[in-house]
Design a protein around this ligand. Structure first.
Ligand code: ADP
Ligand code: MG
Length: 358
């Protein structure tokens, strides 16, 4: 039942009436007796109010190179304002998927949207909002970072005044007058990050931004990604190393051989992949012999020994029990290193599980 207050067109008297959607009602104005007909409006379907909006939508993406299906019916959505990791071993199809998202390659099938714009129909609009860092960043060796960024500002029609602050922002101010040809890989990568920040895009797509960099640069790049996200940007980045995305991504899609294996939060993926760290314990005089006491310990998945190093794969929660057991057995521990398993290792396990193994 709808309640409406209508105004008599003749004497402007207000009358309140009730009826169902679509119903016609004959009215006589109680004040001036003017007759009229009123039709109650059809009920409009309620506007869907969803709290999740997607910045990047990938639906059924397939890309086949001659004899390789690089991406196979891949679908995932990236929420506005999140950091999304695209994870997979080398050759999994990450770069192909990213190039397809940006419509830099022809695809066999699939629908892709960036900020609601169909990448095929509205490619220019879709890409406008994206800062893209390709897998292999290349700049002119003979230019300084300032000349490089000035050049990109010119290309994009942006104000050159942003170049210098951007170089400072990525921590390259000391190298501002050096030629890019003398830069380390990490410095080139940071210049790449500065370059994609020109124009302050709301979306970043970074293809393996940390690949091949030492820990210091990885940390800097990670902090930069975090900062951009805190300023409101949506970030998609690819990686083949799980630890690179831990503590950084809101959600992750894992792909292998072009197929989506899982899409979830990092915490959930850890559970899903059943990843256990490996302890490398230095014990002088071990001589490749596995101590009996450790073999039957609950929570220990695998033990191996080589020379004076004992390798124990176990859940983090039993780490201290492993160490205590070794000490109780009278062994002297010199050093302990925790090695996080690579995504590849997790994959091997996951895939062997899929095949009914392990
Ligand atoms: N231009 C190409 N021509 C033929 N095969 C390609 C081409 N680019 C990539 N591939 C193949 O597609 C698969 C996925 O590659 P890629 O997307 O680069 O993976 P990732 O970025 O995850 O390492 C690999 O098997 C690779 O050899
Ligand atoms: Mg790649």
């Amino acid at each position: 039942m709808i309640t409406k207050t209508i105004m008599c067109p003749h004497c402007k008297n207000k009358v309140t009436i009730q009826g169902n959607p679509g119903e016609k009602t004959y009215i006589i104005c109680p004040k001036c007796n003017t007759k009229g007909v009123f039709t109650f409006p059809e009920e409009k379907s309620e506007l869907k109010t969803t709290t999740t909006s997607f910045t990047i939508e990938v639906d059924g993406l397939t890309k086949i190179y001659k004899d390789v299906t690089a991406v196979n019916d891949l679908s995932f959505n990236i929420r506005t304002g999140e950091i999304f990791g695209l994870l997979g071993p080398n050759g999994a199809g990450k770069t192909t998927a990213i190039k397809a998202i940006l419509s830099l390659i022809h695809v066999n099938s699939g629908k892709i949207k960036i900020n609601g714009f169909d990448i095929k129909k509205d490619g220019i609009e879709a890409r406008k909002s994206v800062g893209y860092l390709p897998e292999r960043v290349a700049f002119y060796d003979n230019l300084t970072p300032l000349q490089t960024l000035n050049f990109f500002c010119e290309l994009r029609g942006d104000d050159k005044s942003v170049a210098k602050p951007l170089i400072s922002e990525v921590g390259l101010e000391e190298a501002i007058d050096r030629k890019v040809g003398t830069f380390s890989k990490g410095m080139v990568q940071l210049l790449g990050v500065a370059q994609v920040m020109i124009g302050n895009p709301p979306v970043y797509i970074l293809d393996e931004p940390m690949a091949g960099l030492d820990a210091r640069w990885v940390k800097t790049i990670r902090e930069k990604i975090k900062m951009l996200n805190e300023q409101g940007a949506t970030v998609l980045f690819s990686s083949h190393i799980l630890t690179e995305v831990e503590n950084l991504c809101d959600r992750v899609a894992i792909i292998d051989k072009g197929k989506l294996i899982a899409e979830d939060t990092v915490a959930n993926l850890n559970k899903y992949l059943k990843i256990k760290p490996r302890l490398e314990i230095s014990i002088p005089g071990l001589n490749g012999k596995i101590p009996e006491e450790i073999k039957g310990l609950k929570g220990v998945e695998a033990v191996d020994a080589k020379d004076d190093t004992l390798f124990v794969t176990c859940e983090s929660s039993v780490r201290s029990r492993v160490i205590a057991t070794l000490e109780e057995a009278g062994l002297k521990i010199d050093n302990i290193k925790t090695i996080e398993p690579s995504l590849e290792e997790a994959f091997v396990k996951l895939i062997s599980q899929d095949k009914g193994g392990a």
